[in-house]
Design a protein around this ligand. Structure first.
Ligand code: FCB
Length: 522
């Protein structure tokens, strides 16, 4: 759950909403809890100080992918060009009051027209991987039927140019922009959407599969289901616990259906998903809080991973509302998909505490998922308030490695927002962002030294862009975008990342400081 956009805790869903539900809806299968497996120590014993010694240089394995990530709606613009259909984000951002300052992705970074410039930026940064997403309504304007050739052509050109630049196209098939027509037909809570997704994946795989080897089916399933169907702060803006539960099951079915559709076209493709993960730490050492941390982990990190890899919903949940989720006989097998890699998006940790009995009764969400989650308070905060906590990346990567039998992992996103400004010379001196990536890379390196099989790191983001409900108010890019002129400018962090990518090493702070002080003065 993402702070400011993913407030599970302060959900407006109350007991009265629960009471209004038909009796029997929440029939459940009770499962045993796994509290004893709680990872790590408690939140209180972990130091807020620099968590990894960044003084010395670290080296990454040969062929490690250095990349950046973006998403179609956040950068492309051209929202109704070349036959593209309306997406739920077009509809949502055009609805007054939904996005900060009334911003929309109509133009965004205009990457639909400026993609050559964007590839040039990546070349300057020496990158070897570009994670971008395909807009479903560019391919299927109404969410079904044959492919819109102009939409396909756009991605085809992009992929060819990336390959020519020796940059791996790392393609996300769904980064939140559902065709509006499918939302009108019920959206993700409608089970049929899983099959629609598989059809779309089949079309894309046929059109581009000869040149793309690495695919991400879904971006952050929990985030788009929670924010879109329960929190209501993201498209399509619904606030219903039933929709949330049904959508989560359809998405699990869709993930597997998409996986099999892709493999049917391209057996050799590497197919995974990118999950929004967060290290869940118990607020105290009490048995209740430790159990709550396990529930936090199940809900936040494995709700869409265990179904794929193990054919079940996570056990740490108190119970599974099967009827409400509309789980049918045979569905657990249908959710299975032996993902070739696990994509991890990680920004911060989460503190978990057990709700009291009274709190549970008063809140539907706490009744279903008995855990109170909040953000950590000890670390420094990025410009948008997210706690900077590199240890969270170490904790999650090592735990996923342990619990899922040493999978291939790709860090599909990590990054930070600050309100960057250009100095008199036009430069953007974001040393604080360099510090963020340096520390998270040290955390990752340590996890790899401890046995994790990590193949790549993708900084969020290549460019400052449309940050969903926050509009253009948060800048995450390694390149600055002047949204009036669309001019791009590589920030100091982008220049630093270019050195990391070229050398496959992160220089130690002592080394780089020495280099800086001994540099010849002009
Ligand atoms: C992630 C999203 C991505 C971006 C970053 C900041 O949750 O996947 O699109 O918004 O957060």
């Amino acid at each position: 759950m993402r702070r400011t956009r993913r407030e599970f805790l302060q959900s407006a869903v109350t007991a009265s909403a629960l009471a209004a539900l038909p009796a029997g809806l929440f029939s459940a299968c009770t499962v045993s809890s796994n509290a004893a497996r709680t990872a790590g120590s408690t939140a209180l014993s972990r130091s807020p100080a620099r968590q990894f010694d960044t003084a010395s240089e670290i080296a990454f394995p040969k062929n490690f992918f250095w990349g950046t990530a973006t998403a179609a709606y956040q950068i492309e613009g051209a929202w109704k060009e070349d036959g593209k259909g309306e997406s739920i984000w077009d509809r949502f951002s055009h609805t007054p009051g939904k996005i900060k300052n009334g911003d929309t992705g109509d133009l965004a970074c205009d990457s639909y027209h400026r993609w050559r410039e964007d590839i040039a930026l990546m070349r300057t940064m020496n990158l070897t991987s570009y994670r971008f997403s395909i807009s479903w309504p560019r391919i299927q304007p109404n969410g079904s039927g044959s492919a819109n050739s102009k939409g396909v052509d756009y991605y085809s050109r992009l992929v060819d140019a990336l390959l020519e630049a020796h940059i791996r196209p790392f393609v996300t098939l769904y980064h939140w922009d559902l065709p509006q027509a499918l939302e009108d037909a019920g959206g993700w809570p409608n089970r049929d959407t899983a099959s629609r997704f598989a059809d779309y994946v089949d079309l894309v795989a046929r059109a581009l599969g000869d040149r793309i080897s690495d695919w991400i089916l879904l971006n952050e399933p929990l985030a788009f289901i929670y924010d879109g169907y329960l929190g209501g702060t993201h498209a399509p803006g619904r606030s219903s616990i039933l929709d949330f539960l049904r959508a989560s099951h359809t998405v699990n079915l869709g993930q597997a259906a998409g996986f099999h559709a892709l493999k049917a076209v391209r057996q050799s493709a590497r197919v995974g998903s990118a999950f929004s993960m967060s290290a869940c730490e118990p607020a105290t050492d009490s048995a209740e809080d430790r159990k709550a941390a396990e529930r936090c982990h199940a809900l936040t990190n494995t709700w869409f991973l265990e179904p794929a890899l193990k054919g079940r919903y996570p056990e740490a949940m108190a119970f599974l509302p099967e009827t409400a989720m509309q789980i049918k006989p045979g569905d657990l097998d249908k959710m299975r998909a032996p993902l070739d890699f696990i994509g991890i998006n990680l920004y911060y940790r989460t503190i978990a505490a057990a709700p009291g009995a009274f709190e549970r009764v008063g809140n539907a969400q706490q009744w279903l998922f008995p855990v109170k989650m909040s953000e950590g308070q000890q670390g420094p905060k990025a410009g948008n308030g997210w706690e900077v906590w590199p240890l969270a990346l170490y904790d999650i990567v090592t735990r996923i490695t342990r619990d899922f039998n040493h999978p291939h992992i790709e860090i599909t996103e990590s990054g930070c927002a600050y309100s960057d400004v250009q100095d008199a010379s036009g430069a953007i001196n974001d040393t604080i962002r360099i510090d963020y990536h340096r520390q998270y890379l040290h955390a990752l390196h340590q996890a790899m030294a401890d046995g994790a099989d990590v193949r790549g790191y993708h900084a969020w983001s290549l460019l400052d862009n449309f940050e969903w409900a926050e509009g253009f108010s948060q800048r995450f890019g390694l390149a600055y975008v002047d949204f009036k002129t669309q001019q791009r400018m590589i920030k100091e962090s982008g220049k630093w990342y270019a050195k990391v990518a070229a050398s496959n090493r992160v220089a130690g702070t002592l080394t780089s400081e020495r280099a800086a002080t001994s540099a010849p003065q002009s």
